[in-house]
Design a protein around this ligand. Structure first.
Ligand code: TYM
Length: 344
């Protein structure tokens, strides 16, 4: 049975990339799937150990999920550290994943920067915890932005190596699934084509990110209408008009990004946006984009602010979600312990 799992780090500055690249898809998938959406607080301390206000940051991501339209009664919404099976399975996966695999992870290289000796071992082992997040529920589908694709490939490698190395034990215990004989499924990434990689508003070659020091590089979900308008007015563009076909965006990263953002917010393909705006100057296009962004984002930001003002409600959602998540994870973790040979 298909099961969706995804996570968002509570590291502050939730932005348009998180929204269009991931959260919009979380909302859409709940119509057809059972979904588990996790605020990954254990991942949040891998790059920066002491966070400014982690509880408030966790509540903000939870509020964003709900404000965007995730139903926390039908779906499971919780914070990762509450369900200890994530950490337990991550330890087993630390022993499954190979150093060579982790050494290839581009996100580690980016986040560790030049001073690699000073990166935390948690940042290095981060993808193993992410694999555990997904596989501790035997989730099959994972909505993410393009930047997480490599981590999903690693998750599949971990699942496969676990299944292979423990193959005889899995069979002996009768815990395999059909022909493949696998215990863990190979989860698939679900990536939104037009919003896979939203770029910085200041530099179309850099990813929009929570950690960019320039506030003008991103639209935050809690930005009000004036701030959205001001940031889009200052967004970098080039001197040419909007083209009417996609090949006219080649070599124009800022133009491509703004058109992609429009497409993501409008829920339309890029080609349809170019059909509507081909030949327009950026001044007119930016005005239309501002109107659309305000229309789509301001209600989400407003609802987030209303929700975080009631931490009792949010904390109740997280607690109930964690209990439901733990009930799914516990029997799977018990099976893992039996397979590995831990007496319980
Ligand atoms: P995080 O918190 O960095 O980002 C949350 C989601 O937003 C997507 N995203 C983007 N999409 C398009 N354009 C962008 N500029 C952009 N920036 C971020 C991310 O791809 C992600 O889907 N490792 C994950 C969190 C995680 C997770 C998991 C995800 C932990 N365990 C298990 C899935 C399954 C991360 O750091 O996301």
């Amino acid at each position: 049975k298909p099961l969706v799992f995804s996570g968002v780090q509570p590291t502050g500055n939730l932005h348009l990339g998180n929204y269009l690249g991931a959260i919009v898809n979380f909302v859409a998938l709940q119509k057809s799937h059972d979904c588990i959406y996790c605020v990954v607080d254990m991942h949040a301390i891998t790059a920066t150990l002491v966070q400014p206000d982690l509880p408030a940051q966790i509540r903000e991501v939870t509020a964003a999920f709900i404000a965007a339209g995730i139903d926390p009664v039908k779906q499971i919404v919780f914070n990762q550290s509450r369900v200890s099976a994530h950490a337990e399975l991550a330890w087993v996966f630390n022993c499954v994943a190979r150093l060579g695999w982790l050494n290839r992870m581009t996100q580690f290289k980016d986040k560790a920067g030049k001073d690699r000796e000073n990166a935390s071992t948690g940042l290095y082992a981060y993808p193993n915890l992410m694999a555990a997040d997904i596989l501790v529920y035997k989730a099959t589908h994972v909505p993410v932005g393009e930047d997480q694709k490599q981590h999903l490939e690693l998750t599949r490698d971990i699942a496969q190596k676990f299944n292979n190395d423990f193959g005889p034990r899995i069979a002996e215990l009768g815990l395999g699934r059909g022909e493949a004989g696998g215990f863990f499924p190979a989860p698939e990434p679900l990536i939104q084509p037009q919003a896979a990689r939203i770029m910085s508003l200041r530099d179309g070659t850099k990813k929009m990110s929570k950690s960019d020091p320039s506030e003008y590089s991103r639209l935050n979900l809690t930005d009000d209408a004036d701030t959205i308008a001001q940031k889009l007015r200052k967004a970098k563009t080039d001197a040419d008009a909007i083209p009417s076909e996609a090949k006219g965006l080649e070599g124009r990263p800022e133009a491509e990004n703004l058109v992609g953002i429009f497409a993501g917010l409008a829920g339309k393909p890029v080609a349809a946006v170019l059909q509507d705006f081909g030949g327009s100057q950026f001044s007119a296009f930016k005005q239309a984009l501002t109107d659309l962004a305000v229309e789509r984002l301001a209600p989400v930001g407003g609802e987030m602010k209303r929700l975080v003002a009631d931490p009792g409600y949010i904390d109740g959602v997280l607690k109930a979600g964690a209990e439901r998540a733990a009930a799914i994870a516990a029997p799977i973790m018990d099976e893992v312990k039996d397979i590995v040979g831990f007496i319980r």
